[in-house]
Design a protein around this ligand. Structure first.
Ligand code: FAD
Length: 443
C-alpha cells in the first residue's frame, strides 16, 4: 500500500525528512499538496504568495516527475482531503513535516488521530525550524520573550542536525490518484497582470533557491555584516521567500554558512526567524492581538483611508518611505531596514493601526509568513515581544541620510514620487508619543 507524503511549507526534495521516511518504508509514493482555504482559522494567502506558490508547485511537480512520481493537487479542507485520499488509495502511511501555527496544528492533530484510529501509520518531522519551539525554554520552563537570551540558549543546544541528501528516485504509486490542474487554480493574476515585476525579480523553486544560496555564500556573506543595512547594496541573502516556502531548509542554510568567516551575524538573522515562529507557537493570535495587552488601550484615531492609500502606493512625499513601498509593489520584496522605516512611519507618523500595515505586507510580500510578518510589525509598533520601545520613532529622513547617503535606493524606486510630505514628521511624532503616554497611564 502506498505512502502519502503531504507537502505544505516544504516544497523541496533535499533535506525533506517526511519524504525520506516514506522512501525508507519502501512503498510507492503519493506526493500531495492541498490548497486549504476552508479549515477554520487558516489565513488565506495574499496575492504575491499565491504567485510564488504557483511557480514553486510547478517546479516541485517537474522535479518529482523526473524522479518517478506525480504531484497530486487538491483544493479544500485538508483534513477531509487527506483522509479521503487515504481511503481511496489504500495508503498505509502518511508523512509530513510539522507546521507551527495554531489552526495548522489543529488540522494536523485532527488528521493524525483520525488516521491512527483507522490503523494508518502517521509520522511528522522537524524540518522548517532549527529548533522545535518546545525545546528552547528558560530556566523556569517558559518561552523566552527577549531575543538575545533566546538565541544564546539556541546556540547552547546540540548543533542543528546535518541536512539529508536529495533522493534520486521517487517511485510513484499506480494508479495515479486524480489531481487538479495547477492552471485551473488560477493563482496567477490576470486582469490586471501585476506580476511583471515579480517575474523580473524572482525565480521560484528549489534549484534556483540552491543557486541563490551558493551565490550568496560565495560573494556576499563576507561583507554581510557591514553592508546588510544599506538597501542599495544588494548585500543580503534574498532567501526569505525560499525559506518561507521551504524550497530551502534552514538546516541546509545553517550547515553551509556556519564556520564561514563573518557568518555569525547572518546566522543570528535565522535566529530572528526562529524567534518569530517560536513566539507564534506560544501566541497563535500574533497577527490580530497585541502581545503586550496594555497596548489594547492605544487610542488609534479614526482611520483616514486616503493616508493609508498614500502609504500603500508610495505617495507620502517622504522619499525613503515611498521608495520602499514602491519596491514592495514592484518586486514583492522590501529591504529589511526600509521595512522598519515604512512600518514605523505608518504607525507613528500616520497613527494607523499596525494591523492594517501587516495586512498590506501580507498581501504584497512574496515572503509573507504567519510568524515573521506579524512579529516584526509588533516589534516596530512596540506592542510585541522584545520590541523596540515605542518612543523610539524612526526618522525616515535621518535613516535615508545614514543608510542611503547617495540616494541610490531612493532614485531607483522613487525618483518620480511626490515631494510634498502628507504629514509633518515632528508634529506627528509628538502626537504618537502623547498617545503612547495614554497607554502608559492606563497600565
Ligand atoms: P537576510 O538579511 O539575508 O536574512 C537571512 C534570513 O533570516 C531571511 O531570509 C529571513 O528568513 C531571516 N530573517 C532576517 N531578518 C528577520 C526578521 N527580522 N524576522 C524574521 N526573520 C528574519 N521576513 C519574512 O521572512 N517574512 C515576513 O513576512 C516579514 N515581514 C516583515 C515585516 C516587517 C515590518 C519587518 C520590519 C520585517 C519583516 N521581515 C519578514 C523580516 C526581514 O525584513 C526579512 O526576513 C528580510 O528582509 C528578508 O531578506 P533577506 O532574505 O535578504 O534577509
Amino acid at each position: 500500500s502506498p505512502s502519502i507524503v503531504w507537502f505544505r511549507d516544504d516544497l523541496r526534495l533535499a533535506d525533506n525528512p517526511a519524504l525520506r521516511a516514506a522512501l525508507d518504508l519502501g512503498e510507492p509514493i503519493i506526493a500531495l499538496f492541498v490548497l486549504d482555504e476552508e479549515s477554520d482559522g487558516i489565513r488565506a494567502l495574499g496575492g504575491a504568495s499565491l504567485w510564488w506558490l504557483h511557480h514553486s508547485l510547478a517546479s516541485l511537480a517537474e522535479r518529482l516527475r523526473e524522479r518517478g512520481a506525480e504531484l497530486i493537487l487538491r483544493r479544500g479542507a485538508a483534513g477531509r482531503i487527506v483522509r479521503d485520499l487515504v481511503a481511496d488509495s489504500g495508503a498505509g502511511a502518511v508523512f509530513w513535516n510539522r507546521r507551527y501555527g495554531g489552526p495548522e496544528r489543529d488540522v494536523d492533530a485532527g488528521v493524525k488521530s483520525a488516521l491512527r484510529e483507522e490503523g494508518v501509520t502517521v509520522a511528522s518531522f522537524a524540518a522548517s525550524l532549527l529548533h522545535e519551539p518546545w525545546t528552547v525554554t528558560t530556566g523556569s520552563g517558559t518561552h523566552y520573550s527577549v531575543f538575545t537570551p533566546f538565541w544564546r540558549a539556541c546556540l547552547a543546544l546540540p548543533a542543528p542536525r546535518a541536512p539529508l541528501p536529495e533522493p534520486r528516485e521517487i517511485p510513484g504509486a499506480t494508479p495515479v490518484p486524480a489531481s487538479d490542474a495547477l492552471d485551473d487554480w488560477e493563482l496567477l493574476p490576470t486582469a490586471p497582470d501585476w506580476a511583471a515585476g515579480l517575474r523580473e525579480t524572482w525565480e521560484p523553486g528549489e534549484p534556483a533557491a540552491r543557486r541563490r544560496l551558493k551565490e550568496f555564500l560565495d560573494t556576499d556573506l563576507p561583507g554581510y555584516d557591514s553592508a546588510r543595512d544599506e538597501p542599495s547594496a544588494g548585500a543580503t541573502s534574498l532567501l526569505s521567500p525560499r525559506l518561507r516556502w521551504g524550497e530551502l531548509s534552514p538546516f541546509t542554510v545553517w550547515h553551509e554558512a556556519v564556520g564561514v568567516d563573518g557568518a555569525g551575524r547572518f546566522l543570528s538573522e535565522l535566529g530572528w526567524r526562529e524567534f518569530a515562529w517560536h513566539t507564534l507557537y506560544h501566541a497563535p493570535d500574533l497577527a490580530t492581538k497585541n502581545l503586550r495587552r496594555d497596548f489594547d488601550a492605544f487610542p488609534w484615531p479614526p482611520l483616514d483611508p486616503s493616508r493609508l492609500d498614500a502609504w500603500q502606493h508610495g505617495e507620502t512625499g517622504i522619499p525613503l518611505v515611498d521608495a520602499g513601498m514602491r519596491e514592495l509593489w514592484h518586486t514583492g520584496y522590501m529591504h529589511n531596514r526600509v521595512r522598519m522605516v515604512t512600518a514605523s512611519f505608518l504607525i507613528k507618523n500616520l497613527l494607523i493601526d499596525w494591523r492594517l500595515g501587516e495586512e498590506w505586507f501580507w498581501d504584497t510580500l512574496v515572503d509573507a509568513d504567519d510568524a515573521s510578518n506579524p512579529f516584526n510589525w509588533q516589534w516596530v509598533a512596540g506592542s510585541g515581544a522584545d520590541a523596540a520601545p515605542y518612543f523610539r520613532v524612526f526618522n525616515p529622513e535621518l535613516q535615508a541620510k545614514k543608510f542611503d547617503p547617495q540616494g541610490v535606493y531612493i532614485s531607483q524606486w522613487a525618483s518620480d514620487a511626490p515631494t510634498e510630505p502628507i504629514v509633518d514628521l515632528g508634529e506627528t511624532r509628538k502626537a504618537a508619543l502623547a498617545a503612547y503616554d495614554e497607554v502608559k497611564r492606563g497600565s
